[in-house]
Design a protein around this ligand. Structure first.
Ligand code: PEP
Ligand code: MG
Length: 572
């Protein structure tokens, strides 16, 4: 029997069979030639057959896929149907005696480079060509196709990590749970799993010790995978499956604790499509609108008119509700050619987010103009906040820019230990704070949030992180404020919009520490609302005190889980 542990990033309990994602296809050696005794024409014919097989597989998958995954698979299967790759490859076999595998590899490079040279839409197709090339080479070698296995029966997917293209084709009806050996709690894979409501564990570094086909029990509330599957495990898995059939519902109106205490429950979004989903999930507003998604992949800054239009489309989904707009957060993992310096040695500690406005002020002021213009045309209540604030001068400067444009309220994200520790002064200088626990954790623990090897540090259950959340709430109380101003709290409002807010156990702790709104992926709203409804504010405070005083992140989590039996009952 073996049990491996990773970092739990999206809850759920399942029993199932492990299927391992095929590793990327390796490049055939440049000296690989047509094998001796084989006619070049026969070797060249293999290419056509393999290309046809790949096209048939992709078309079959596209027919059974939905949404974004379907579009991606359709584009790839069209590319597989395009004869230029196979024709170029066949030519290489016949004229230079290359093996079919090597010829396909080189032909793929040629076609992809040619498309890149054309720019625009055609350049974007280059990635599809490289994908098709890899699939044909795998087919020629008799290897498993790269990417997510295409099987009829549902399975537990194990992988090193998922590429963005894999995540788009991941079918939640087929994949029961996801376990990766790499990736951190804030990685693309983790965020996607939470959005899909898929049980997931990352940084389970030994997971590949389990052979393909092994039956295991995954507890993605605790982060464990075991091949000793007991009757009790089956019961846990059945309870989780039952919950999926009758999902917890959330009808809006905030989180209501068992003593009637209210906590605003909001959504994290990146664009108008997300805003529509958040509104459909009854979110009480938006707690984090990541505006940089509008800027990414752009060589130039979007115009004020373009931005105004994009913000208006989001605001229109939330008439009468609050929409917290986070100003552009470029830099580190989100570089922007017109704003950030790609040569910085330590971009996470560099001129990122609000700091980019020191040198290039107009990008931020243009954005604020656009938010103000969009706010005038809408019934939503825009709140504006700046990311990566570390001094009171930063806060004062940002608030002044907002006030000049009539943007009110104006707040800051608490993402650095310095902002948390000086929260009383920060909040005296602005109207509200929202704690970005993803970055606050990375900066408190000095651990790159993208690194799987540091996942145990990059964990918002770390008592040091919780202590800084507490310090922020204490600072906000000291700063005071007009109880009537936002109708939400007697103090300056403090929310949490990092991934921690969507973890039901942590949500209780955050509320106990004094946070009065939680913003998360809409999928997490029902579970968070349900778990909050089982405690009084006094119980939440007691659990929070235990978590802050715990000697480790694991101890903090275990202590809170022990005090919240509902988590185990629901498989969360
Ligand atoms: C955070 O850091 O917690 C946050 C919400 O911002 P982002 O994840 O976009 O950096
Ligand atoms: Mg952040």
């Amino acid at each position: 029997m073996a049990q491996y542990t990773g970092v739990a990033v999206s809850p759920g309990r399942v029993v199932g069979t492990i299927r391992t994602m095929a590793p990327p296809v390796t490049e055939p050696s440049a000296s690989e030639a047509v094998p001796e005794g084989v006619e070049p024409a026969v070797e060249a014919d293999r290419i056509e057959k393999a290309a046809e097989a790949v096209q048939a597989q992709l078309t079959h998958r596209a027919q059974h896929a939905t949404g974004e995954g379907k579009a991606i698979l359709e584009a790839t299967s069209q590319m597989a149907a395009d004869p230029s790759l196979a024709t170029t490859a066949k030519g290489l076999v016949l004229t230079s005696g290359k093996s079919a595998e090597r010829a396909v590899w080189e032909a793929g490079d040629k076609v992809a480079t040619m498309l890149e040279g054309l720019g625009g839409y055609m350049a974007e197709r280059a990635a599809d060509v490289r994908d098709v090339r890899a699939r044909i080479v795998a087919e020629l070698r008799g290897e498993q196709a790269p990417g997510i296995p295409d099987l009829d029966d549902p399975f537990i997917l194990t992988a090193i990590d998922l590429a963005p293209a894999d995540t788009a084709t991941l079918d939640p009806a087929k994949v029961l749970a996801l376990v990766t050996s790499d990736g951190g709690p804030q990685s693309h894979t983790a965020i996607l799993a939470r959005q899909l409501g898929l049980p997931a564990i990352v940084a389970a570094k030994d997971i590949h010790e389990f052979a393909d086909g092994t039956e295991v029990f995954v507890d993605a509330g605790f982060g464990t995978v075991t091949d000793e599957v007991t009757e009790e495990h089956h019961r846990f898995a059945e309870a989780w499956a039952e919950l999926q059939k009758n999902p917890l519902t959330y009808e809006g109106g905030g989180g209501v604790l068992s003593d009637g205490t209210r906590v605003q429950l909001l959504a994290n979004i990146g664009n108008a499509a997300d805003a529509a989903k958040a509104a459909a999930a009854h979110a009480d507003g938006v707690g984090l609108f990541r505006t940089e998604f509008l800027f990414l992949d752009r060589a130039d800054e979007p115009t004020v008119e373009e931005q105004t239009q994009a913000y208006t489309e989001v605001f229109d989904h939330f008439p009468g509700k609050k929409v917290v707009v986070r100003t552009i957060d470029a830099g580190a993992d989100k570089p922007l050619p017109f704003l950030t310096d790609a040569e910085e040695p330590n971009p996470a500690l560099g001129v990122r987010a609000y700091r980019t406005s020191w040198e290039k002020r107009s990008v931020l002021t243009n954005q604020l103009d656009a938010i103000a213009a969009a706010g005038k045309d809408t019934e939503a209540k825009p709140w504006v906040m700046a990311p990566m604030i570390s001094t009171t001068e930063d806060t004062e400067d940002f608030v002044e820019m907002c006030r000049e444009r009539g943007l009110d309220p104006a707040g800051i994200m608490v993402e650095t230990p310095s902002a948390a520790i000086t929260a009383d002064r920060q909040l005296a200088a602005c109207d509200f704070a929202s704690i970005g626990t993803n970055d606050l954790t990375q900066y408190t623990m000095a651990a790159d949030r993208m690194l799987g090897s540091l996942a145990h540090l990059n964990n918002p259950w770390q008592p040091a992180v919780l202590a800084l959340v507490q310090a922020t709430c204490t600072g906000a109380r000291t700063a005071g404020g007009d109880p009537e101003s936002f109708g939400e709290t007697a103090n300056k409002p403090v929310g949490v919009c990092g991934e921690a807010a969507g973890d039901p156990g942590l949500a209780v702790v955050l509320v106990g520490l004094g946070v009065n709104s939680l913003s998360m992926t809409p999928r997490s709203l029902p579970a968070v609302a349900k778990v909050l409804s089982t405690v009084t504010i006094e119980q939440a405070k007691e659990l929070a005190a235990k978590a802050v005083a715990a000697p480790s992140a694991d101890a903090a989590k275990s202590a809170v889980r022990a005090g919240l039996p509902v988590l185990g009952e629901l498989g969360l």
